[in-house]
Design a protein around this ligand. Structure first.
Ligand code: DX5
Ligand code: ZN
Length: 214
């Protein structure tokens, strides 16, 4: 299993210490949650913070934009050095065009689905995607309980991917811990995002190691 710890639950007054922990850990990515107070009822951080994080972080950045009109910000996301740019299906009127712009900027394109958005909405774009990020909570906050229906969606997405021959990886975000992570692994998830489960733990590196083994 690949693991992408979410910086949203880190100590924002001492990000460097938490980034050093991520660098030492077995994590595959660092997940960055950008919120605009419009698409979601919360505001997190933006490009100056992301750039500062990128200077210290040795892991590839997995950027999750919870913002309206994400296609306006493709070059700024690219300039942070991000490897993956995730945009919400619900936030993109012209999703195909947005994915094309992300690829033209040299990044992997991920499309994110909120809990109420069906997997079937991706049928006509799945072959163009590098990743699908399934939300297992309503986006906006860390520390919320896992929505069990997501396990079924992982299975549906796995089926769509194999039927179309898409190379997209399946990432899941929200309420991930050892128990929900094991269910997601069994259903076919490739990457687990975990915020509070990692950063609120007494030994975050051990928690990351445990998720890696799922
Ligand atoms: C929520 C964010 C998540 C969040 C997950 O909108 O997209 O990445 O950090 O936090 P946990 O793992 O605590 O549910
Ligand atoms: Zn996220």
């Amino acid at each position: 299993m690949k693991v992408s710890p979410s910086l949203l639950s880190a100590d924002f007054a001492n990000l460097q210490a938490d980034i050093e922990m991520i660098n030492r850990s077995e994590s595959d990515y660092l997940h960055l949650d950008v919120m605009d107070g419009v698409f979601v009822p919360n505001i997190s951080f933006g490009f100056p913070v992301m750039k500062a994080v990128a200077q210290h972080c040795k892991k590839p950045l997995d950027v999750h934009l919870m913002i309206v009109e994400p296609q306006k910000w493709v070059s700024q996301v690219r300039d942070t050095g991000a490897e993956i740019m995730n945009v919400h299906q619900e936030a993109c009127l012209h999703l195909h065009s947005c994915v094309q712009q992300i690829h033209a900027a040299g990044m992997k394109a991920g499309v994110t689905l909120c809990p109420a958005t069906p997997v079937a909405t991706l049928a006509d774009i799945i072959e163009d995607l590098d990743l699908v990020l399934l939300m297992s909570v309503n986006p906006g906050f860390g520390g919320q309980p896992f929505i069990p229906h997501t396990v079924k969606k992982v299975g549906e997405l796995r089926e769509l991917i194999s039927r179309t021959g898409s190379k997209a990886e399946i990432e899941v975000d929200g309420g991930v811990n050892d128990k929900t992570g094991a269910e997601l692994a069994a259903a076919g998830a490739d990457i687990l995002v975990a915020g509070s489960y990692v950063f609120n733990a007494p030994n975050p590196e051990a928690v990351i190691r445990g998720l890696k083994q799922l």
